[in-house]
Design a binder for this molecule. Structure first.
Ligand SMILES: Nc1nc2c(ncn2[C@@H]2O[C@H](COP(=O)(O)OP(=O)(O)OP(=O)(O)O)[C@@H](O)[C@H]2O)c(=O)[nH]1
Ligand SMILES: [Mg+2]
Length: 216
């Protein structure tokens, strides 16, 4: 019975996600669903990309958190259109929340929309938002075993970032094991090693993202 209820919820979500996808596609908006653990660097990556690409490219942001507007306030300071969604305890964003948020904000045609999901490596992977790209961020202090434990997250990723590589000298992080875990699930997704602290690798990731946006 419980399984059936869950299936109904996911079916309803998929319908709305399809509508969002059509909306984004018509307006040539590349919507990037950013999923990762709490504190892995989702907001930091968004801020770094904005710094690299520049505001004029057309970027807007949806911030998903259980509570607070801390992350949205950081984006707002830069003059970037941003909407904060508070899930009030919910562990993920869903397509209906994105639909309502997009109606509430000025998203330019031919632009990039970052959607920072709730910090969680489990639930967000089950809920399609209608995004164009799923970006999964792992970070060095979390350890190299995450792809082995949170398989659906890494399996569904279109692109993966390994953040906080500046901390590599201080953490027992086995890079080979990390990549082996990813490739066992996902042969294609490019992996970018970056540090939002030092800026290493940020340009490479931003260039990749920009070229994807130009094709969308
Ligand atoms: N050393 C180091 N610290 C980083 C790096 N990137 C982010 N941080 C720090 O990690 C902490 C969390 O970063 P956030 O960007 O807020 O992480 P988040 O994933 O958005 O966190 P939630 O929204 O709470 O889930 C902050 O103190 C950042 O300054 C990095 O590359 N290296
Ligand atoms: Mg954040």
């Amino acid at each position: 019975m419980e399984i059936k209820i869950m299936k109904n919820i996911l079916d309803a979500n998929d319908k709305l996600a399809a509508e969002n996808r059509e909306f984004f596609s018509k307006k040539k908006i590349m919507a990037v669903n950013i999923m990762a653990s709490p504190g892995s660097g989702k907001t930091s990556v968004i801020l770094k990309v904005i710094e690299n690409i520049g505001k004029e490219t057309g970027i807007s942001v949806i911030e998903g958190d259980i509570a607070s507007s801390i992350d949205a306030d950081k984006i707002d300071t830069l003059g970037i259109p941003v909407v904060q969604i508070n899930t009030g305890g919910g562990c993920h964003l869903d397509a209906n929340m994105i639909k309502a948020a997009v109606e509430d904000m000025p998203v330019r045609e031919s632009s990039i929309l970052f959607i920072e999901n709730v910090g969680n490596l489990v639930c967000p992977s089950s809920f399609d938002l209608g995004e164009s790209l799923k970006l999964v961020i792992a970070s060095v202090p979390e350890g190299h075993d995450k792809p082995y434990k949170y398989t659906s997250m890494f399996e569904g990723a279109d692109v993966i970032i390994l953040n906080k590589v500046d901390l590599m000298p201080y953490i027992d992080f086995d890079r080979d094991s990390f990549y082996k875990g990813i490739r066992a699930l996902n042969e294609k997704a490019p992996v970018f090693e970056i540090s939002c602290r030092t800026g290493d690798g940020v340009k490479e990731f931003t260039d990749w993202l920009r070229s994807k946006a130009e094709k969308s």
